[in-house]
Design a protein around this ligand. Structure first.
Ligand SMILES: Cc1ncc(COP(=O)(O)O)c(C=O)c1O
Length: 438
């Protein structure tokens, strides 16, 4: 039975216009495969995998069963100085899935915590290597790395930063890659702008590279509106980091676990960073969990000194929580059995055709796509940025489609179990809505 409270006041909702929402709430009461069920009994097609996370779809039997079983068998195990088998099994499976030398895994409970963990590993690593002066962190304009202080500081979304004081000291940002008119309506990775990676050289010249610990980027900047890396851009960033002894961190909280048609963006772009932050698709969003992958040489740098000494003074009460590990293992099984980590690749042409067919509709000024991600950028109403996309969001919801908007960009990123007929339904609904908004 669904509990229906008549007082919505106490819950302070995150990243939500609370008063507007509570005046006209949108409540989900169920979910199965590609669809949510609303409190008023309607089915809503999930065009954004919950919040870029339910990659295996909803209510998947193996994951549900694993969580139920785990709750009865071992509900919690202390994260510090104790272990349980599923934590080690999961780390080994993840290390095997990730290419290259990224073969050690530190568990967290969210994307934000994975980012904080990766930044802390980077700074501590340099100190252990005798380069304690490498403390600066470089992010990118328009980046989103979660909401904790480190991630917010290296992040570059203004609204997420401006209310919170001076943030972490010693952080700078390279330029974003959005806005080159030659790249408008590109299919897949855009052609122009690899040289924007050289902006890292500018910051090296300004701060001296010997003061920089790490550079963190999302391979695809999803939260800021699906901003794609130009051809060759990430490779160039890797080369600059190598030249100056700077660690490169990929924030794969969204791109990880099949979003681009490969297990990770590391595979898709053929660029190997030193650290990778993940979360979301790790458990298909069902139980909060994140994982940070590190290269072997980084892990080995920590594994020195007296064997009885704790090597890294960092961790969370719920790191490698048994329920989360069980959910993640069942999620990996589901991905494997159904070929979901490669599915975006098989569907990406059909997806791209459907997305780019919206070109020419009212207010559409750009369309971008990669793997099973797409963005439809709308021209903003002067003085009312976000209003047009928000209107589209509400109308889509009424029409039975869940989308996500950021600024005036509509972002799409469905569960990887999506079928061609769902893609048709999704873009038909969106197309009809776009024709009605003013
Ligand atoms: C790239 C990236 N990093 C970090 C985060 C933060 O993850 P969480 O909300 O799980 O803390 C997100 C969330 O959308 C993200 O997209």
């Amino acid at each position: 039975m669904n509990v229906r409270p008549n007082d919505l006041d106490a819950y302070w909702m995150p990243f939500t216009a609370n008063r507007q929402f509570k005046a006209a709430p949108r409540i989900f009461v169920g979910a199965k495969d590609m669809y949510y069920k609303t409190a008023d009994g309607r089915d809503v097609l999930d065009g954004i995998a919950g919040l870029w996370c339910c990659n295996a779809g909803h209510g998947r039997p193996k994951i549900v069963e694993a969580i139920q079983k785990q709750a009865a068998e071992l509900d919690y195990s202390p994260a510090f100085q104790m272990g349980h088998y599923k934590a080690f099994e999961l780390a080994s499976r993840l290390a095997a899935l990730m290419p290259g030398d990224l073969d050690h895994v530190f568990f967290t409970n969210s994307g934000s915590e994975s980012v904080e963990t990766a930044l802390k590993i980077a700074i501590a690593y340099h100190r252990l290597k005798g380069e304690g002066q490498r403390v600066r962190l470089i992010g990118r304009e328009k980046g989103y790395h979660g909401v904790n202080f480190g991630g917010m500081s290296v992040g570059g979304m203004v609204a997420n930063r401006k209310m919170f004081g001076t943030l972490v000291a010693g952080v700078d940002h390279i330029r974003h890659t959005h806005g080159d008119a030659r790249n408008l309506f590109s299919r897949g990775v855009p052609e122009y702008g690899a040289e924007l990676a050289d902006d890292l050289e500018r910051l090296c010249a300004l701060h001296d590279p010997s003061t920089i610990a790490a550079c963190i980027v999302e391979p695809v900047q999803c939260s800021a509106g699906v901003i794609l890396p130009p051809k060759g851009y990430l490779k160039r960033l890797r080369e600059i980091c190598d030249r100056h002894g700077i660690l490169l961190i990929f924030d794969e909280v969204i791109t990880g676990f099949g979003r681009l048609g490969t297990p990770f963006a590391v595979d898709f772009f053929g660029v190997e960073p030193d650290l990778v932050a993940t979360a979301k698709g790790l458990t298909s969003g069902v139980i909060p969990m994140g994982a940070v992958f590190t290269q072997k040489h980084i892990y080995d740098t920590f594994m020195q000194g007296p064997p009885a000494a704790i090597e890294f003074f960092h961790g969370y009460t719920y790191s490698a929580n048994p329920m989360a590990c069980a959910a993640a293992l069942a999620t990996l099984d589901t991905y494997e059995e159904e070929g979901l980590l490669a599915r975006a690749s098989a569907l990406s042409d059909y997806w791209a055709d459907a997305a780019h067919a919206l070109k020419g509709l009212p207010h559409v000024i750009d369309i971008r796509n990669l793997g099973l991600i797409a963005a439809v950028e709308l021209e903003s109403i002067p003085g009312q940025i976000t209003a047009r996309a928000y209107d589209a969001f509400l109308k889509c919801y009424e029409a039975g489609l869940l989308i996500r908007t950021t600024g005036d960009t509509i972002a799409l990123s469905p569960p990887l179990i999506i079928e061609k007929n769902h893609i048709d339904i999704l873009f038909d609904a969106l197309s009809r809505v776009l024709k009605t908004i003013s």
